[in-house]
Design a protein around this ligand. Structure first.
Ligand code: EPZ
Length: 416
């Protein structure tokens, strides 16, 4: 198991190229297998989750290969509708292959995706939505069996604006005759990217980015080439790296419009933020000021995926921050590790109260999940002395070459 060794205290200066978004390329791969023609997706990051998703669609019978940042998918010979269990457990988000396999094969079998590091991650909203579209679903012995022979278009009201359920239902409805309307849909930018990709393949979808998404079924989808959107969570993480080290970083390729909630909170910490069409410039301005209240919410609210990285910054900010995690029930696992580094944090249910200290000190800490691991790296960049972040395989799921990128802007960090 590799680990990061960080000698903290260096201010970061320079430019970081923001790679494609993990949470867009995964649904795009799922969408690609609905077409029997060749699809090319560029700006794909080299991540563990990406490699696992490629393996899953290969097991379904599609050809898929990654050369550089381009993934080519040819699902003309897609023959299976069973999503492989061992890989589905590795990659929870394979659950939205359900929708695309149902569109293409009219049947699907998938193991119940387990919970993960941050919560139970149920899929009841996915299942209810598919049933609302007349998909016959049976659950037995840990598997979900779906029969979409009689799938119909219709109105689906999501009990919660679930990102994955919105994506799954878009993928299920795209070839279904008539118009399906998703109410209380998720509004995340990745949903917009999925709509744009599907429409480029010949789908008829509108409303993505709002809480009402309309999908009018078409006969089939054609091949296309498409460039995935930049990763707003990775961009946000490196913005925080500038703030927590008192440095100055230009995020190349980052989209300001996707990051408003984070950037407005960072401005409150006294960072100076400027942007042009495709770059964002973050400049620290002395010791950060604590943000009194932060609450994670569905987009366009403060993103849950940046809760841990932003908490790392609050641990060394001047003042007290009350941080509430509204989205996942077990997303404070980085707190114990941050306290090993001298952070002053009290947890009460879904709320953490952080009293900023001048500076953290190095320690041996364990990444418990993807974004919590990233937060520990950020803390190590600030801390006196040496920090060892163990189990960095969690971080490799969502950050491409994190240590190389951080070294390129002056961090003293190695992977060993
Ligand atoms: C997506 O997960 C992202 N993953 C997550 O990113 C992100 O944190 C999350 O959206 C919220 O923005 C991908 O896109 C691959 P949800 P998803 O369905 O779709 C509950 C990362 O770090 N829920 O919007 O699984 C659920 O338990 C990852 O990159 C149900 O109760 O998120 C959670 O509490 C982590 N029933 C809340 O809704 C359901 O059927 C939000 O989940 C579905 C979800």
């Amino acid at each position: 198991m590799s680990e990061f060794l960080i000698n903290g205290g260096k201010s970061l200066y320079g430019e970081v190229e923001i790679h494609g978004a993990k949470n867009t390329v995964l649904p795009l791969f799922a969408a690609a297998i609905i077409s029997a023609e060749k699809v090319e997706i560029t700006n794909v990051p080299l991540l563990t989750d990406v490699k696992n998703m490629i393996k899953i669609i290969q097991k379904l019978g599609a050809k898929a290969e990654m050369v550089g940042d381009k993934v080519t998918i040819d699902a003309s010979r897609l023959y299976s509708c069973e999503i492989p269990n061992e890989l589905a457990k590795e990659l929870r988000s394979s659950v939205f292959l359900l929708g695309s396999v149902l569109s293409r094969k009219k049947c699907a079998k998938v193991a119940y995706p387990g919970g993960c590091d941050i919560g139970l991650r149920p899929i009841d909203i996915h299942i209810k939505g598919l049933r609302d579209l007349n998909v016959k679903i049976e659950e037995s012995c840990g598997y979900i069996y779906c029969d979409a022979t009689d799938m119909q278009s219709g109105d689906v009201i999501l009990d919660y604006p679930s990102v994955g359920a919105t994506e799954n239902l878009m993928l299920a409805a795209v070839l279904t005759e008539g118009t399906t309307v998703l109410h209380n849909a998720a509004c995340e930018p990745e949903i917009v990217d999925l709509q744009n990709f599907l429409n480029k393949m010949g789908a008829k979808i509108s409303g993505a980015g709002t809480s009402t998404v309309r999908i009018t079924g078409v006969e089939s989808l054609k091949g296309t080439t498409y460039r995935a959107m930049p990763d707003r969570i990775v961009a946000g993480t490196y913005a925080i790296a500038a703030a927590i080290t008192g440095g100055e970083i230009i995020l190349k390729g980052a989209k300001h419009g996707d990051m408003r909630a984070l950037l407005s909170k960072l401005a409150k910490t006294s960072c100076i933020i400027t942007q042009n069409s495709d770059n964002i410039h973050i400049k620290a301005n002395g010791r950060p000021t604590a943000v009194q209240r932060i609450t994670t919410q569905p987009h366009p609210g403060f993103p849950t995926d940046l809760q841990a990285p932003m908490m790392a910054l609050q641990t060394v900010s001047d003042g007290i921050c009350v941080f509430t995690e509204n989205i996942f029930e077990n997303r404070f696992r980085h707190v114990t590790e941050l306290t090993k580094m001298g952070a002053d944090i009290i947890i009460n249910g879904r709320t953490a109260v952080i009293k900023g200290v001048e500076r953290l000190h190095g320690a041996e800490v364990y990444a418990q999940d993807l974004r919590g691991g990233a937060a520990l790296v950020l803390a190590g960049l600030n801390a006196y002395g040496t920090t060892v972040v163990k189990d960095v395989y969690h971080i490799d799921r969502g950050y491409e070459n994190m240590e190389i990128i951080l070294r390129s802007v002056g961090a003293d960090i190695i992977r060993r």
